[in-house]
Design a protein around this ligand. Structure first.
Ligand SMILES: [Zn+2]
Ligand SMILES: [Zn+2]
Length: 237
């Protein structure tokens, strides 16, 4: 799209700041400078497996990863959850799809080199149950995946895997419950696409049970290397 068209669209549908949600001036940056200071990147001292920030520098793995076998190889996140929770909430539930441009840009900035080194064949969003998506209008993970694919120049495949069951919201369940809640919840739909290396995309990583359930299906399909990138990551252990 050319600049004039961009400008006209920005007048009709003013872009909002992903932190304070106020309207941004047309043609300005994707976030207020002062607001950007309020969000915190994950930082460098992280779990070697899931990418969660860890306090104890001498540890390689967080508590969860020392006791859980994950189906993914490794994961990375951009922001600390608490500093972007309000933003992600509006991104998911208040139709603020435009925030994805900022999220994608930041993912490129913080994780672009890592993603380049991984050399993924595909970026794949964690799917949402079809009926839920119709109700919400979009799958935020897919919107995010497209923005990340664009900023990191990796093709995005949206319909390779589907969610076959509507699952109970994870926040209502404990670890055990989360895992059984996801049993047979995902199904690979296309066996004609062969990937060696993929990056799964979701908005938030907490215990990793969702990413694991999806990764497990792709392992079964023979994908050799499976990574994930999420916008935000939960608690510091
Ligand atoms: Zn702002
Ligand atoms: Zn970990």
């Amino acid at each position: 799209m050319n600049k004039t068209a961009d400008y006209v669209i920005s007048l009709l549908y003013p872009r909002r700041c992903p932190v304070c949600d106020d309207v941004l001036r047309p043609g300005s940056k994707l976030i207020h400078e002062n607001c950007e200071k309020k969000i915190k990147p994950v930082g460098r001292i992280t779990c070697m497996k899931c990418g969660k920030p860890i306090k104890d520098k001498t540890r390689e793995l967080c508590q969860d990863c020392s006791s859980t076998i994950h189906y993914f190889d490794r994961g990375y996140s951009v922001f600390r959850y608490r500093s972007v929770s309000g933003s992600i909430y509006r991104f998911k539930y208040a139709g603020r799809r435009e925030y994805a441009d900022f999220y994608g840009q930041k993912t490129g900035e913080y994780l672009g080199d890592i993603i380049k080194d991984i050399k993924p064949d595909a970026i794949i969003p964690i799917p949402m149950y079809a009926a839920k998506m119709r109700k919400r209008g979009y799958n935020q993970a897919a919107v995010l995946a497209k923005a990340i694919g664009k900023s990191c120049d990796v093709p995005v495949y949206e319909n390779v895997i589907i969610r076959t069951r509507n699952t109970v919201p994870m926040k209502l369940l404990d670890q055990q419950g989360r895992r059984s809640n996801l049993k047979k919840a995902f199904n690979i739909r296309r066996n004609d696409v062969k990937f060696k290396c993929i990056i799964l995309i979701d908005d938030i990583y907490t215990t990793g049970s969702t990413v694991d359930a999806v990764a497990k299906e792709f392992r079964r399909l023979g994908v050799e290397r499976i990574y994930f990138v999420t916008l935000a990551i939960g608690q510091v252990v």
